[in-house]
Write a protein that binds this ligand. Structure first.
Ligand code: ARG
Length: 591
């Protein structure tokens, strides 16, 4: 379906043309005086100079041309030359009725679907997830769902940190603690045990311990580095042990991402491209892109138009070791070969912005990607505590993601138990988890990604205001009205197409909000901005709640009228649920 705003702009442009003016002047916008009108057009003001006429005169002429429009109820020319516009109820009703008949409520899928790779999550093996990983997972997952809904083909990849120095540190410490493990016996040629010699909690305890010690003890660090080297050069036992580390860690990661309703098509790690690096380096040298600078291999990426200094992209350190960026470049190369995406999007902390700029430029310059391959970085701000500083545990440590989820679940359960209506404790617990996820995700996604925000558990879990629980509460409220209708013998399915023109202001406002679905989703996709969906559903939920307070629904005596309102409610509920699915959470049956 065409967007409502386009339809009304079209009507207004026709009027400008009929009055003898240029069509383009007829652009309509949402009114900034909602007390006076719903929409407005400032075209007469813009045309005044050009046509050497007072804007009010132009506006008046145009207004006359829409006197019998089927779109506008009112088109009023007001000083100094605005057109104040109000839509016909029948027109709005028809539009919303049209949404009901469409699978995606009037959203038109992309005419030319593209293939995208989304790189988010970024978990590290054997290290607990922390809140820094939370935003990447939440935002990336939502963008994936939005892009798919738009009809694009999306491949998501968690891009595990599973290679490099941390692996050597862990193995070295394991070797000290369990020197007799068969993995360290380099003369061993038999099969290795299937069971890992550690649990995930042991692994997570080992890493910080080893990392700390390596900073204080040079010999220890050297041993760890030699373990990394053995792993990377393919020593059997080290590879086998590493496989256990990956397996144990990934099992745990899947669980936590599962709790967040986040999943990935690919669980590739940095290790996946290890063997591709020498070939890529060669290619960059042969192509004349990479050169030695102070012993290190670099590619220049600055451009003439730069206003700030963009340092060269380092490919190999002077000791020949590869870096974080080398891995990202080799990963781009692999993705281009295996997946052939049109666009790649990366989601990390915005402090990595310059880094990704270097990587993207290097990939373009060295032709690892095509000239028209789009490379996009979505950098997000920090999640802060109430003190305005990066979110920490009460004793000042790094908060584990799992603990954060537990905390918000507990708070939600407490609130739900407070006004629980006949729910058993188990049911309340289940509900609390669903609602808590909405609190966490909506609290994050409702902010523009690039901005910092404050994790305020009280506000996020509140049933009132711009929160996830408020949206879910609205959905549950609608569902309970629909259930009542069914209990009284009605069939929602039978009446759902029967949306009628609005009969009061709040009903019309609800329809107007509803009609913005396609525009909101399209904007969220185009601008990689899930917060646009949050803003849409918040306004929609508000409009619904106002309508609900002002209008009889179940108690309406006129059956046809009642059926029309039920149809409107059912559509509102479906649109809200489709929207929250794009944000990555769902609604419970009751709350
Ligand atoms: N593993 C990294 C970290 O924990 C994030 C990876 C981000 N993605 C990327 N393609 N570099 O900081």
């Amino acid at each position: 379906m065409k967007k409502l705003m386009d339809l009304i702009s079209e009507e207004m442009k026709n009027a400008f043309e009929a009055a003898g003016y240029e069509r383009e002047l007829g652009k309509v916008t949402v009114s900034n005086r909602p007390d006076l009108c719903e929409y407005q057009c400032n075209g007469a003001m813009a045309g005044a100079k050009r046509y050497k006429k007072a804007p009010l005169v132009i506006a008046d002429e145009v207004a006359k041309k829409i006197a019998d429009s089927s779109v506008f109820e009112m088109a009023q020319a007001v000083a100094p030359g605005f057109l104040n516009l109000t839509l016909k109820g029948e027109f709005v009703g028809e539009y919303v009725k049209g949404m009901r008949a469409e699978k995606k409520y009037g959203l038109e899928e992309a005419k030319k679907p593209i293939k995208l790779v989304l790189d988010y999550g970024g978990a590290n093996v054997a290290k607990p997830l922390h809140v820094g990983h939370l935003r990447s997972a939440i935002i990336g997952e939502s963008v994936k769902r939005i892009a798919r809904y738009m009809g694009h083909e999306v491949v998501s990849d968690v891009h595990l940190g599973d290679w490099g120095q941390p692996m050597g540190l862990i193995m070295n410490e394991l070797k000290i603690r369990q020197p007799d493990l068969v993995y360290f016996d380099e003369s061993y040629t038999g099969e290795y045990p299937k069971e890992p010699p550690f649990t995930v909690s042991e692994l997570e305890e080992i890493y910080p311990f080893a990392s700390k010690r390596s900073k204080e003890d040079a010999a220890y660090k050297a041993d760890a580095m030699s373990c990394t080297y053995k792993l990377q050069s393919g020593v059997r036992g080290y590879r086998a042990l590493w496989n256990h580390i990956i397996a144990v860690s990934v099992t745990d990661l899947r669980k936590i991402y599962g709790r967040l309703n986040v999943d990935f098509d690919l669980w590739n790690g940095e290790s996946a491209v290890h063997d591709l690096i020498p070939g890529m380096v060669d290619y960059m040298k042969k192509g004349g892109y990479a050169y030695l600078s102070d012993g290190a291999l670099v590619v220049d990426v600055k451009e003439e138009s730069d206003t700030k200094e963009i340092p060269p992209c380092m490919i190999l350190k002077s000791d020949g070791a590869s870096l974080y960026g080398t891995t990202d470049l080799a990963t781009i190369m692999m993705r281009m070969e295996q997946i052939k995406p049109d666009k790649l999007i990366y989601f990390t902390d915005k402090r990595q912005e310059l880094y990704f700029e270097q990587v993207f430029r290097c990939a373009k310059k060295t032709k690892l990607v095509n000239d028209d391959t789009q490379l996009k970085f979505v950098g997000f701000g920090t999640m802060n505590g109430k003190d305005g500083k990066p979110f920490k545990t009460r004793d000042g440590g790094v908060m584990r993601l799992e603990c954060l989820i537990d905390e918000i679940n507990e708070e939600m359960l407490r609130k739900i138990m407070e006004n629980r209506k006949g729910q058993s404790e188990d049911e309340a617990k289940e509900t609390a988890e669903i609602v808590a996820l909405s609190a966490l995700k909506y609290g994050d996604l409702s902010n523009q990604a690039g901005k910092d925000y404050i994790f305020d558990i009280d506000r996020f879990t509140s049933f009132e205001g711009d929160t996830g629980p408020y949206i879910l509460y609205t959905i549950v409220r609608i569902k309970s009205i629909l259930a009542k209708y069914r209990e009284n013998g009605g069939s929602v399915e039978a009446v759902r197409f029967g949306i009628r023109p609005p009969e009061n202001d709040s009903e019309k406002q609800l329809m107007l909000e509803l009609s913005g679905f396609n525009a909101a989703i399209e904007a969220a996709y185009d601008e990689t901005a899930p917060h646009k969906i949050c803003a849409y559903i918040y306004a929609l939920a508000n409009a619904f709640n106002r309508f609900y307070h002002e209008t009889k629904i179940i108690s309406e005596e006129d059956e046809a009228r009642k059926a029309g309102r039920i149809a409107l409610l059912a559509l509102t509920c479906d649109v809200l649920e489709a929207s929250i699915d794009l944000l990555g959470f769902s609604a419970p049956e009751r709350m």
